[in-house]
Write a protein that binds this ligand. Structure first.
Ligand code: XMP
Length: 173
């Protein structure tokens, strides 16, 4: 795929995940932690991060959607929140997602977890865009900050494809 330049290589991703996992391990030492992965985008990031985290934690996954197929802009609505399962009451929850863009998805998930009784909710993302968010939300941990470009690979799709591309590439159309 030479037309779509590599933005972040696979080696850079793995190196940064190892750094981040050290911080996460020390932050949650002696706490009951639930990792909540948001699918499909966090698929590879979630698995690679989990390889470096302790065995004693719970894992939940919610399947959400905010981009209509074939679009490069959020629909402004997050689907799938009410179907999300798991016991979050009085738990420390770490949401793991692919990208913090407008902030709509992560702020909706955070609010839902508070309704479900979580005592602490933090966010860990692979990427965060530099732009101004539509919702006031921050990620405690993020691997890389990028510009306002559409990217795919390492879990992120374009129109449902290219998730398994091992690096992150910028879409050029
Ligand atoms: P928001 O806007 O709610 O982002 O912060 C929610 C979801 O939108 C997807 N997203 C992208 N997907 N390339 C992608 O493949 C991108 O540049 C991009 N920006 C946002 C992603 O699934 C994210 O969780």
């Amino acid at each position: 795929m030479p037309t779509h330049p590599v933005l972040i290589s696979s080696d850079q991703i793995q190196k940064r995940i190892r750094q981040l996992s050290r911080e996460i391990r020390s932050h949650y030492k002696n706490k009951d932690l639930v990792i909540l992965g948001l699918l499909n985008g966090s698929l590879f990031f979630l698995v690679d991060l989990l390889r470096h985290l302790p065995d004693r934690l719970e894992i939940e996954c919610w399947r959400l959607r905010s981009y209509p197929a074939g679009h490069r802009q959020s629909s402004g609505k997050v689907e799938g929140l009410k179907e999300g399962h798991g016991n979050f009451k009085n738990k420390h929850v770490l949401i793991v997602d692919d990208i913090l863009d407008t902030g709509l998805t992560l702020s909706s998930v955070k609010q839902r977890l508070t309704e479900l009784g979580a005592c602490d909710v933090k966010i860990c993302v692979l990427l965060k865009k530099k732009k101004k968010r539509q919702r006031p939300i921050t990620a405690k941990w993020s691997c890389f900050e990028i510009g306002d470009e559409f990217v795919f690979g390492y879990g992120l799709d374009y129109d449902g494809y290219y998730r398994q591309v091992p690096e992150i590439r910028t879409l050029k159309v």
